[in-house]
Design a protein around this ligand. Structure first.
Ligand SMILES: [Zn+2]
Ligand SMILES: [Zn+2]
Length: 186
């Protein structure tokens, strides 16, 4: 495993300490004193430089059970409800990343997956300091049990689509659920 390298988004300093505050992942820069929920991280995620800035590659998994959708609350930025998702690693196919991320975030095994959308969103900011993500959104069938002791996830819930509008769901995930026809626009 490669070691993560974190850089402060304010001063570019690299003396960063990670810590948890109320189960939320935060970063402290020793160079400028900034405390933030985001830093620029160089890790094993696939990362490319574009004219508009760095771009990550992401997968998302819409997992349904009897009309309900699996929604989680993550321990890292932006601290809003979402469905399982994650970065594609270097050398990994979108499908391989999907199987790995679903397992890591939920403990569930992917049985089958259908690609719904492949699209670049340049308004999607992640905890690792990147604002552009090339998404592969899948509709996924799973088996197994949810791992409720996962440290990356604070809460798991199965929601009826019409109840999702009462949640503070992240705008990116709201966009995907609307585009998939599962929830209506506002
Ligand atoms: Zn700093
Ligand atoms: Zn990212």
């Amino acid at each position: 495993m490669t070691k993560n390298q974190d850089f402060c988004l304010k001063c570019g300093g690299s003396r960063i300490e990670r810590f948890e505050k109320e189960k939320r992942l935060m970063f402290h820069c020793f160079d400028c004193g900034q405390i933030s929920s985001r830093v620029l991280t160089f890790d094993d995620s696939r990362l490319v430089k574009t004219k508009k800035g760095y771009k990550h590659f992401s997968i998302g998994a819409i997992i349904q059970k009897r009309n309900r959708i699996l929604i989680i609350f993550p321990h890292n930025f932006p601290f809003e409800y979402k469905f399982p998702s994650g970065h594609i690693k270097k050398g990994e196919t979108p499908r391989k990343a999907l199987y790995r991320e679903v397992k890591e975030e939920t403990g569930l095994n992917v049985v089958s997956a259908k690609l719904l959308f492949h699209e670049i969103l340049d308004w999607d900011s992640c905890s690792r300091g990147v604002d552009i993500h090339e998404w592969y959104l899948f509709k996924v069938k799973v088996k197994g049990r949810i791992d409720k002791f996962n440290k990356e996830v604070i809460r798991f819930k199965w929601f009826l689509p019409k109840k999702i509008k009462n949640l503070k769901i992240n705008k990116v995930y709201q966009y995907w659920l609307q585009k998939s026809g599962l929830i209506k626009g506002k």
